[in-house]
Design a protein around this ligand. Structure first.
Ligand code: SF4
Length: 219
C-alpha cells in the first residue's frame, strides 16, 4: 500500500520518545529504533540542526516530538532559530504534546514553519486542536494518522491550513472502514482545507496547501 509520503527529508532532531496517547501504541519510530539496535531514550540532538542549511529548498519533517518533555526551552528556541535561518525550507513539526505550545507562541509565526498536532480520535481532536489554535501558529495543521475512529465533529477544521490522514500501517495495524477516512476528506473539502490522504487513500486525494508550494517556488 502506498503510504503517501509528503515530505522530502526527515531529520531526527529528537531521537527516542515516550508514549503519550492511543496513537502511540504501535509507534513506527520505536519499531525502527529497535530494528536498528538503537535505544529509544528521548534526547535533543543539536548536531542535526546543521543539516537544515544544506541542499536545495525542500520539505523537512522534524522527528520525533520536538515538544517532548525532555527538550528544554533553550533547545526548542535553538531549533526555531535554525529553522528561521534556513528559511528556504518548509519545516513540518508534529506534536502530541500540544499543552506545551502555548509557551512558544512568539516563535510560531514564521511562514516556513508548519506546526501540527496529531488527532487519532475524537477526544484527541477536541483536546489538541484548540491547544494548537490557541498558540496561533502561522500554519496550523492536523495529522489524523493513525486514524482510529470517525471524527464526527472536527471542530474548527476551517481554521486549519492542512489535514493529513490515513489508517495505521504495519503488521499489527488497527484498520478502519474506508468510509471513516472519506468522511474526514469530505469535511476538509467542505471547509476548503487542503487534504492529503496517506494509507487507505488514492493518489487523487493528495493536495499540498498552495502556501506551502508557493514558499518552495513551485506554485
Ligand atoms: S509521540 Fe510519536 S514518536 Fe512519540 S511515542 Fe508517540 S507515536 Fe512514537
Amino acid at each position: 500500500m502506498n503510504e503517501g509520503k509528503y515530505w522530502d527529508e526527515g531529520i531526527m532532531l529528537v531521537p527516542g520518545c515516550t508514549k503519550v496517547s492511543e496513537g502511540c501504541d504501535h509507534c513506527w519510530s520505536e519499531s525502527m529504533s529497535k530494528r536498528t539496535g538503537k535505544g529509544f531514550e528521548p534526547r535533543f540532538d543539536e548536531k542535526q540542526l546543521a543539516r537544515f542549511g544544506k541542499g536545495k529548498p525542500r520539505i523537512i519533517s522534524i522527528w520525533n516530538d520536538l515538544f517532548h518533555e525532555c527538550v528544554t526551552d533553550e533547545q526548542i528556541m535553538d531549533a526555531f532559530i535554525a529553522m528561521t535561518l534556513a528559511g528556504d525550507n518548509i519545516y513540518l513539526i508534529l506534536t502530541k504534546r500540544a499543552w506545551r505550545l502555548k509557551d512558544y507562541s512568539a516563535l510560531l509565526d514564521s511562514p516556513n514553519i508548519w506546526l501540527g498536532v496529531t488527532a487519532e480520535n475524537q477526544a484527541r481532536w477536541d483536546e489538541r486542536v484548540p491547544q494548537l489554535l490557541a498558540a496561533n501558529p502561522a500554519h496550523p495543521w492536523v495529522m489524523c494518522e493513525p486514524l482510529l475512529e470517525e471524527i464526527k465533529r472536527p471542530r474548527n477544521i476551517e481554521k486549519l491550513h492542512w489535514v493529513v490522514a490515513g489508517e495505521e500501517t504495519g503488521k499489527s495495524k488497527r484498520t478502519i472502514e474506508e468510509a471513516v477516512l472519506r468522511a474526514l476528506l469530505w469535511d476538509a473539502d467542505a471547509a476548503a482545507v487542503p487534504f492529503w490522504g496517506k494509507a487507505g487513500y488514492g493518489e487523487s486525494d493528495r493536495a499540498y496547501p498552495p502556501a506551502l508550494l508557493h514558499h518552495l517556488g513551485k506554485h
